[in-house]
Design a protein around this ligand. Structure first.
Ligand SMILES: NC(=O)c1ccc[n+]([C@@H]2O[C@H](COP(=O)([O-])OP(=O)(O)OC[C@H]3O[C@@H](n4cnc5c(N)ncnc54)[C@H](OP(=O)(O)O)[C@@H]3O)[C@@H](O)[C@H]2O)c1
Length: 195
């Protein structure tokens, strides 16, 4: 497949093994995750642990940048790159300034990279709340309540599934006429609905 999809675990060139090799070369390590309270309520900016924020950049922003730079010499010019960002980049949820900064930094890179690296295409998928193992550190009852709250404020009435994010990534990677786009895959949760 001529496309390159950058996700957290692999930056697949033609196969996942190549991606893992790049991760090793780039010494990208996942930082310890945030605690439950921070996951479901965010963290007030006044209490934001700057070392934790830096670790968040180390775990997401820098791996994308390092991997893309390392992969550039071997990427096909008619291929594509897709970042996975997050709706928190532009959602204005109190307590998520750090998350917004990390994902917003990646989203900001998409248009200039699409112009600079052309004809290579560069896009991003920006997910809303998705039921993945990332949330498994939140106790089940609290997680269920949190997802129900998210679903209630989401036009499609539920949180997303990982496969739906994968389908969006595939759509961007497969369409040779899409570049420089950040695609919201949020079930409509990011729409300004007058709330
Ligand atoms: N779930 C959501 O509600 C949501 C919402 C918006 C955006 N997102 C974004 O979607 C992406 C995927 O999240 P997810 O919910 O699928 O998380 P997840 O269930 O925790 O899965 C993340 C995967 O990425 C791997 N990974 C993460 N950082 C890595 C690193 N630095 N080096 C190597 N592997 C790394 C993990 O590998 P190991 O398990 O082997 O460590 C794991 O397989 C993230 O960028 C996240 O910010 C998620």
């Amino acid at each position: 497949m001529p496309n390159v999809v950058l996700v957290d675990k692999t930056a697949s060139l033609d196969n996942a093994g190549a991606g893992r090799g790049l991760l090793r070369e780039c010494r990208c390590r996942r930082p310890p995750g945030p605690g439950t309270e921070q996951l479901v309520r965010g963290r007030p900016f006044a209490d934001l642990d700057l070392a934790e924020l830096a670790a968040g950049f180390d775990g997401k922003f820098w791996p994308y940048v390092r991997i893309l730079q390392a992969a550039l010499p071997t990427l096909r010019k008619d291929g594509s790159v897709t970042f996975i960002t997050a709706a928190s980049a532009r959602a204005a949820f109190p307590g998520t300034a750090g998350l917004a900064a990390i994902n917003g930094a990646l989203e900001a890179m998409v248009p200039p990279l699409a112009a600079e690296l052309a004809p290579l295409r560069v896009n991003a998928v920006s997910p809303g709340g998705v039921d993945t193992p990332w949330w498994s550190r939140v106790p089940e009852a609290q997680r269920t309540a949190f997802f129900e709250g998210l679903a209630a404020t989401t036009p499609v009435g539920r949180v997303g599934q990982a496969a739906e994010i994968g389908e969006a990534v595939y759509a961007l990677a497969a369409n040779g006429f899409v570049s420089g786009v950040v695609l919201d895959v949020t079930g409509g949760a990011n729409l300004p609905m007058g709330r």
